[in-house]
Design a protein around this ligand. Structure first.
Ligand code: ADP
Ligand code: MG
Length: 583
């Protein structure tokens, strides 16, 4: 070993370290995610370099991996990789300083922040990376050798202002980061990071799709709990047994990063089931890659069956996970999917985000908004596709998720047309089958320019409604809407494909076309109104408080009278729904 050289951290690094050590983060587990992510990057870099630089041709890239080592006696956890490694200067530059722009301003803001939560959110946006090791360790030792160089270097620090550098002979290419762990302290969010079970859990949760194997020595079967741990360990590595008791902890299945042509539906289905805990195959799969200024991959699924709590207020969570370059960032990333598509499950892997991007930041990120718009269009497109290519499957999906999609007609005005195309409703046209609005329009009678509907509690009630008589008599098709949410969206959506939607129970419905100029009809109407004036006024007085007005109508053929709502009245069904909701 060479002589020890003591260097000072750059002032800003020192401040950042102080913040990290004094537990800015409540979620300490993420240190492992950060170190594994760095190791994974280093493996990526080595492989890339070996492809470009023929001088490295002798370097063996066949078994690139990340190794986790626990030493109970020394109380250390080591994250080791056989990646690109660092030189002494790299260490000074990359670990000793913060190159990020705006660091000073950010640190100032953090110091000024009134409470821990604000500070945490600020630092989260910045990303502490390697320094997060100091959340769980009171001393960190890095030993590293850059590929293509002879000498290795050891870097060591307690995070308090200085670090020591020392040349070391005989190091393998790659990097090991050894954490001298602080004692476990549940109050401080410090778990027992020597526990293999804990390590497995963190890897599974945060790094399962890292595409290099993350390995750890198998636990001895004589230690408590180790037996069952060992058998259900997700060992994707066929060499595990041969390697003498080493388990691969991650599944490495970053399916979304593979070209579509190379992934089988079976693999998609398996992946879906792993992330959704569903036992059924998905009804549709959307796999896309966006290139350009903001690169990302998305792998989304429309399930076959709605979860039981799709409409419960408490469980309104999005089903999309966010990854940044294969590193798991968060579940339920609501910024990527609107509420009405909360049933969509999957993964979005964005390449250009910070690992510590926060929910708040995502909600306001212009590029994320763009991603979301694109994903929504893709999902609606997949549904439309299914509707035209596999009507039977679509009918089942609509049955499960139609109500949620109808919420979209209230929330997502950008996609009103696309959503209206998806709507399937009952109609007087066919008692057995639902219809789309498009099909309705295709069947419209000559001269009909309005889409007629009637809402009600059941099909029978709607069919037997007196409002229906004139329409049945004249052969007009009427949509039968029996879902309470129908009342709401038909009210918000003025037209489909330029044809107004109109309730046959509201306002004036003129079935004979516009006859206003027809003098003869006007005269006849005036005559009848005079004839019935006394009756109408008597009825109005007698029923006062119950109805607004009694008038003659041309809408009935066999019933003597019916009750009509004002064009903007709350309908009886909606009234009932509001009451049920306690409003
Ligand atoms: P980031 O990963 O966002 O760059 P980090 O603080 O996590 O920030 O790491 C700082 C830098 O240190 C990395 O960019 C990389 O160059 C270097 N580094 C960290 N860990 C390793 C490693 N295991 N192998 C090689 N280089 C590493
Ligand atoms: Mg990093």
């Amino acid at each position: 070993m060479g002589s020890v050289e003591t260097l000072e951290f750059q002032a800003e690094t020192r401040q950042l370290l102080r913040l990290v050590i004094h537990s800015i983060y409540s979620n300490k587990d993420i240190f492992l995610r950060e170190l594994i992510s760095n190791a994974s990057d280093a493996l990526d870099k080595l492989r890339l370099e070996s492809l470009i630089d023929s001088g490295l041709a002798g370097i063996d890239t066949a078994d690139l991996c990340i190794l986790l080592e626990v030493d109970d006696e020394a109380r250390t956890l080591t994250v080791r990789d056989n990646g690109i490694g660092m030189t002494r200067d790299d260490l000074v530059e990359l670990i000793g300083t913060i190159a990020k722009s705006g660091t000073a301003g950010l640190l100032e803001k953090i110091k000024e922040s009134k409470d821990a939560a604000t500070a945490e959110s600020l630092i989260g946006q910045f990303g502490v990376g390697f320094y997060s090791a100091f959340m769980v360790a009171d001393r960190v030792t890095v030993r590293t050798r850059r590929v293509g160089t002879e000498d290795g270097t050891q870097w060591e620090s307690d995070g308090e202002g200085t670090y020591e550098l020392q040349a070391v002979d005989g190091l393998p290419v790659g990097t090991s980061v050894t954490l001298h762990l602080k004692p476990a302290d549940s109050e401080d969010g410090l778990a027992d990071y020597l526990s293999p079970a804990k390590i497995r859990q963190i890897v599974k949760q945060y790094s399962d799709f890292i595409r290099w194997p993350i390995r750890m020595a198998s636990e001895r079967t004589d230690s408590a709990g180790a037996g069952s741990e060992g058998t259900d360990a997700q060992s994707a590595d066929p060499q595990d047994a041969a390697a003498g008791g080493v388990d691969t902890l991650n599944s490495m299945k970053a399916l979304w990063a593979r070209p579509r042509s190379e992934v089988t539906q079976e693999e998609y289905d398996e992946f879906y089931q792993q992330i959704s805990h569903d036992w059924l195959a998905p009804a549709a799969t959307v796999h896309m890659r966006a290139e350009g200024t903001f690169e990302y991959e998305a792998l989304l699924f429309i399930p076959s069956q709605a979860p039981f709590d799709l409409f419960s207020r408490e469980s309104r969570r999005s089903g999309v996970q966010l990854y940044v370059k294969r590193v798991f960032i968060m579940d339920d990333c609501e910024a990527l999917m609107p509420d009405y598509l909360r049933f969509v499950k999957g993964v979005v892997d964005a390449h250009d985000l910070s690992l510590n991007v926060s929910r708040e930041l995502l909600q306001h990120d212009r590029q994320i908004h763009g991603v979301r718009r694109r994903l929504v269009k893709k999902v609606l497109g997949a549904l439309k596709d299914m509707q035209s290519k596999d009507a039977e499957r679509y009918a089942k999906v609509w049955d499960q998720f139609g109500r949620a999609l109808k919420e979209g007609l209230l929330e997502d005005t950008d996609n009103t047309e696309a959503l209206l195309e998806l709507v399937s409703v009952a109609s007087t046209h066919d008692p057995e089958k639902t219809t789309t609005l498009r099909q309705y329009v295709e069947r419209m009678k000559d001269g009909q320019d309005t889409v007629y509907y009637l809402t009600g509690e059941t099909r029978a009630m709607v069919e037997n409604s007196p409002h229906m008589e004139a329409f049945t008599a004249k052969g007009y098709e009427v949509l039968i809407l029996t879902d309470p949410v129908d009342e709401v969206w038909v009210d918000r959506v003025p037209a489909f494909d330029g044809r107004p939607l109109q309730s046959i129970a509201k306002g004036q419905v003129d079935l004979d076309g516009s006859d206003a100029a027809d003098e003869e009809a006007d005269a006849e109407k005036a005559r009848r109104e005079e004839e019935f004036a006394a009756l109408l006024s008597w009825l109005t007085t007698t029923l006062s408080g119950q109805v607004k007005e009694v008038r003659l109508s041309s809408r009935l053929t066999t019933s003597a009278a019916c009750i009509v709502g004002d064009a903007h009245d709350v309908t009886p069904t909606l009234e009932k729904m509001y009451r049920a909701m306690g409003q």
